[in-house]
Design a binder for this molecule. Structure first.
Ligand code: BJW
Length: 232
């Protein structure tokens, strides 16, 4: 049997029980903030102070959040099957790494990184970022959060498409399937012959694309699935 390649896509739902809000659930971030204002380059261009306030608050919240049983179960799976388990996250928090996961692909960037809009230099974000912060490399006052907004290219796409092509199993955890390109990963994995599994609180908008699904809170369904997989 060829070595397994397990590709796991995570979304905001995996961090919900760590106290971090999701985007599209009732009372989620997009119910309280306009996407056009805080998650587009155009919004940042119009009002950088507003966008920095939004991300400064989220960075502060993420800094106090702790990984939950779902993050820990994925780290355990990765350690138990060296080289076989690839975690691709849309989340900008660092909870996978805090749980011990390695080489997590942050396709939508990270809250704890800053990006210079002038020269593309990246550096560790301070707790609070402001538009007047100079870039440590070029000095420009064009500092922005190193996150991927609508209309921008997510990170690591070549590597991710390559992993999906060789995947034997694709698992999506706690993501609504509303945002591309991540929403298309299940089709790509299926086309490459992978088994596909959704783990979510409730069916996502992509549910019909998955071969199998389990529903419930991530802290319950993810550890249970990992346990079963490792038990063989
Ligand atoms: C639980 C749970 C519990 C709750 N346990 N589960 C028309 C058609 C097709 C595509 C497009 C289109 N028009 C534009 C596009 C492209 C666009 C797009 O997809 N738009 C859609 C709205 C249609 N995409 C892009 O622009 C992307 N870039 C791109 O495509 O580049 C190519 C390109 C570039 C330039 C020119 C041409 C082509 C970039 C997308 C960037 C998304 N950015 C954000 C913000 C990141 C920074 C930040 O965090 O602030 O990423 S938006 C937001 O959505 C964030 C998330 O990562 C992303 C996905 O959200 P997620 O994680 O799925 O969360 P929710 O809230 O949606 O769902 C939560 C889920 O958890 C639910 O299912 C719950 O049930 C579940 N849940 N509690 C388990 N306890």
């Amino acid at each position: 049997m060829p070595d397994p390649t397990i590709v796991i896509l995570t979304g905001a739902g995996i961090s919900a029980e760590s106290g971090l809000g999701t985007f599209r659930d009732e009372g989620g971030l997009w119910a309280r903030h306009r996407i056009e204002d805080v998650a587009t380059p155009e919004g940042f261009g119009r009002d950088p102070d507003l966008v920095h306030r939004f991300y400064n608050a989220r960075r502060a919240q993420a800094a106090t959040a702790r990984p939950n049983a779902a993050h820990r179960a994925l780290a355990r799976l990765q350690a138990a099957l060296p080289g076989a388990v690839h975690i691709v996250t849309q989340n900008v928090d660092g909870l996978h790494e805090a749980a011990g996961a390695r080489e997590v692909l942050h396709m939508h960037g990270r809250l704890d990184r800053a990006l210079c809009g002038a020269c593309a230099h990246r550096w560790p974000a301070p707790a609070e970022m402001h538009r007047s912060d100079p870039c440590p490399a070029c000095g420009a006052a064009a500092t922005r959060p190193d996150v991927v907004w609508f209309g921008e290219m997510p990170h690591g796409m070549e590597r991710i498409w390559g992993l999906l092509e060789s995947a034997s199993l694709f698992v999506a955890i706690g993501t609504s399937g509303e945002v591309y390109p991540a929403a298309a990963f299940v089709e790509e994995a299926r086309a490459s012959g992978a088994d596909t599994l959704e783990l979510n609180l409730e069916p996502s908008s992509r549910i019909s694309e998955f071969a199998r699904a389990r529903f419930g809170p991530a802290t319950e369904v993810v550890p249970a699935w990992v346990e079963e997989l490792l038990a063989g």
